[in-house]
Design a protein around this ligand. Structure first.
Ligand code: ZN
Length: 311
């Protein structure tokens, strides 16, 4: 049995003091400052909330206290997510045919439709808009992009890569060129050295053996047409994706894919609650891409090996 290395709690609290008070309700004293290793307020985003990262979860009691506090919260108070995470070894990651890749932080950068990126809605879900196809370059706000990061994700769930990483994908990955799209500045409309990472396929739904992801059937915001938006993490359960080997052909899969299940809700069609974002899927990377990203020391990734059932 592996230990959990950390839990990230995305809260709706807006101050550190409120986070510390919430931790106190979990029986985790603020005096235990060693376990509160990062709280960040997303002040410049459309949302304002704090992340709490709690490390040293080798203590089972501490983990249980946090899980039960999460479960006691009343509707409306609950954190947006309660993610248990494990830092897998390179050997673990490279022994898997596929890994999911979630970024630990989203950049406070809008992109996509916020700046007029064009989409073909022909095959998009008529209710939630998931499945729209981007046409042409991604338009993003250059000034807010970090030059240090090789891979980042915008608030609009677009994956943006540095010139170093996009160049390596094109030259070192079989089929890599098709995964890179150009990114242009929202003001000058010129390209500025970044690329967009584009998934070339959507995986089939995760197998029923998958843990750590669920959908609330009662939530009216989830999409009942395509059933792809509205997925959330399960509090206190590690995300361990499993795919049925009979549903994919590992010999012909493209380098970059996207999960069928999309996190949170999608309302790009504007029919529900006014959220302008498209629900986002997990990036799913083929083994050679995982190896390249590890070799180039891409930071900020939460990689999870995908178990291919019956393999
Ligand atoms: Zn839908």
């Amino acid at each position: 049995m592996k230990f959990f290395d950390r839990v990230t709690i995305h809260t709706k609290h807006t101050t550190k003091a409120a986070c510390i008070e919430w931790l106190a309700t979990a029986g985790v004293s603020a005096a235990e400052s060693d376990i509160i290793s990062g709280i960040e307020t997303y002040a410049h985003s459309p949302y304002r909330y704090c992340d709490i990262v709690v490390r040293h979860l080798h203590d089972q009691q501490r983990r249980d206290r946090l899980s039960s506090a999460y479960n006691r919260l009343r509707p409306g108070e609950e954190p947006l997510a309660f993610e248990l995470q494990v830092d897998y070894s390179q050997a673990d990651l490279l022994s898997a045919s596929l890994c999911t890749c979630a970024m630990q932080r989203m950049m406070k950068v809008r992109s996509g439709s916020a700046y007029g990126t064009q989409y073909d809605w022909g095959n998009a879900c008529e209710f939630c808009g998931v499945g729209r196809r981007q046409i042409g370059p991604l338009i993003a706000k250059r000034s807010l992009l970090s030059k240090k990061q090789k891979l980042t994700v915008s608030w609009d769930a677009d994956w943006i890569v540095s010139s170093v990483l996009s160049g390596a994908i094109v030259t070192e990955i079989d089929g890599g060129e098709a995964c890179i799209n150009s990114v242009i500045d929202n003001q000058t409309r010129e390209s500025f050295g970044y690329g967009q990472l584009v998934p070339l396929a959507e995986l089939p739904p995760w197998d029923a053996a998958t843990t750590g992801i669920a959908i609330d059937e009662r939530d009216p915001r989830r999409c009942r047409v395509c059933c792809r938006s509205g997925f959330r993490g399960v509090a206190g359960e590690l995300f361990m994706p499993v795919v049925d080997a009979s549903k994919i052909d590992l010999g012909t899969i493209p380098p970059i894919m996207e999960s069928f299940e999309k996190w949170e809700y999608s309302d790009v069609k504007g029919t529900l609650h006014g959220c302008p974002f498209v629900a986002r899927g997990d990036m799913v990377l083929r083994r050679d891409v995982v190896a390249l990203f590890l070799k180039l020391k891409v930071r900020g990734m939460n990689l999870s090996p995908v178990r291919v059932f019956n393999q």
